[in-house]
Design a protein around this ligand. Sequence first.
Ligand code: GUN
Ligand code: FE
Length: 485
Amino acid sequence: IAGSQNQEGLKLFVGNFVDTPSAGELRIRREHLLAVSPEGYITHLAPLHSDSSQLLLSTHPDAAGSSLTQIPAHSFLLPTFTDLHLHAPQYMYYGTGLDLPLLQWLEQYAYKAEERIDASAELAERVYGRLVQRLKENGTGCVSLFGTIGVRANLILAKKMQEAGLRGFIGKLSMDESPRPTYGESSASASLASVTDFIDSLQSYLSSFKPHERLVEPIITPRFIPVCSDELLVGLQKLGQEKGVRVQSHMCEGRDQMDMVMKSRGKRDQDLWDELGFLGPKTLQAHVTYLDENMIPLVKERQLTMAHCPLSNAYLSEKQFPLREAIDADLQVGLGTDIAGGYSPSIQVQMRQAVIISRLREGARCESLDCSFADADAQEADAASSKNVKVDWKEAVYLATRGGKKGMGLGGALEVGMEFDVQLIELASRSSPSGTGPLDLFDLKVEEDPSKLDEAWWNESIERWWCNGDERNRKGMWVQGKKIA
Ligand code: GUN
Ligand code: FE
């Protein structure tokens, strides 16, 4: 198959490849050959010594030259992380101001910060410039962003992402019923005109790039129901359909927000979104912490994608997302940092937090079953009658890579046909000084000869990286086949 293709312009990678094709399945492929087309898609991935790989190498005009990258021993390529929910302007104050409940927090911190960004192009340039740098350091190659109300600042954000070589969905906020008099839109029609202007301007900017080079796209972003009129929501839904643009918002995040919707509209958050036609395969909803057994069939039927933001939920919601139940029901879920509701821009931190929250939920479940005092028989019966809600680290890797991307119509694993968005992770290097933090993720008993490292060594070492690794282990990053860091 490979031999029949045009080999011109292919980039080749030889070494170890790790991905998660499904939740819980960590796939480790050692000594493989991967080929990437000039457009940035994976065209070949097979063992190095297979016939197809050897044929490809023998027919490639520059197989030994500059187009071949050898992944160092004790290193591997992993798909980049996807952050399904990040408020770009809130990067200005992330790591502060988590003392208030959600609705007060928005008025005290979020709206004020966003207003400042809209007022100053210079500030937007500076904050967004730093944000994209940080995303690269953290291995985040794809982000669904909430911006501000203003068109100008969102175009700056889109250009920063595109120029940095990062993939992004850029959400100009729509909110015509803002509680802050100096930060809002005057009417539904003004709001709709503004988002139309944003979509058209972004598409015009992108028209000078070839299709495969376009890394950013607009996403329609009603902030959340409490700040949007029905007229605006109806208009946005129609606009999304007309222009084939995705939609994102916040749904069922916290009690105060849900109560507000009930009080002002007489309806539950999820019912109103559904009635207005928003719940579909092109919609991404953040949080959904109040997902329950009654809502699961609706979410599944509508093929909604959800951004699980475990760190943010620990602060701004009183309830934690039922991740085990969502995975078991085969719902579409990825991870989100929710900067600045979550204080860390790192998806690796969110992976750990997602697992920790699931362990705490499991602990609470056990307590409610009175595990510690019940007699052994009763305990066993309880255990059999209700499910364990723990989630493990491999499932978290799935959410951070394939889970998030799949929800946005992308690949997120390492398979022929998928976009080549990867990060190079070095577990450790013999040449690095010993005993220095994350570079010490190295089994000291390991064989010098990397070919003798078995599957168990890889599993263990990747878990060690998952627990304690950081940006020092990240030695490179590619998006759509292009090296960006
Ligand atoms: N709901 C509406 N706006 C926001 C926001 O900026 N952050 C969070 N976490 N929730 C929201
Ligand atoms: Fe949010």
